[in-house]
Design a binder for this molecule. Sequence first.
Ligand code: ZN
Length: 231
Amino acid sequence: MAAVTIWNEYRHEREDDEVAAVYPDGIHTTLADALADEHTVRTATLEEPDHGLSDDVLESTDVLVWWGHEAHDEVDDEVVDRVQERVLAGMGLIALHSSHYAKIFKRLMGTSCSLQYREDGGTERLWVVDPGHRIADGLGESIDLPRSEMYGEPFDVPEPDRLVFVSWFEGGEVFRSGCCYRRGSGRIFYFRPGHETYPIYENEEIRRVLRNAVAWASPTDGSPRTFGQRE
Ligand code: ZN
């Protein structure tokens, strides 16, 4: 059981009726509900002081889950610095869907993190391409999402350490939808599904992926990281 903090910018749900109909209590609340069976969960949002990510909160977080879209630029650089430091020290980070453009994800990747997209509500099939991976525990060979936003390659990220999911879209595009990274002692998972106008975080298989990803990204004891001059 990991201590999870779910961060949501929490804008679309308050400004757009179509989104509010899908996620009436905010995407963070639905994500918290998905994780609560196996992990201890709290939430944080953009409008809170320090965006809800004070030193105390980050110090007591094993895995930070991030959902942002329209307000990436409003995230304070000092908070980004703190989150980066915690990831390097071992905190896990799960970046969801449009968080490919979150400041913290771009910082940790060092690339543009750009991609192609088309919001057409078409079908997505998410293939498990690394069936032995912890994040794929309990899944079938693929997950079907009947209505989804298309994300297409090229996805300008560094080559993932492990690739767990590849998406196929009915328009013919493909996308690396489940990418694992290590930065310092921290584990990072980028997971594509989750557009705000489709109830994707209500899907039981997607919820299982989220719980698995938290378990995978949780810090391990490892060995101390010591740097600098050695006597
Ligand atoms: Zn989207």
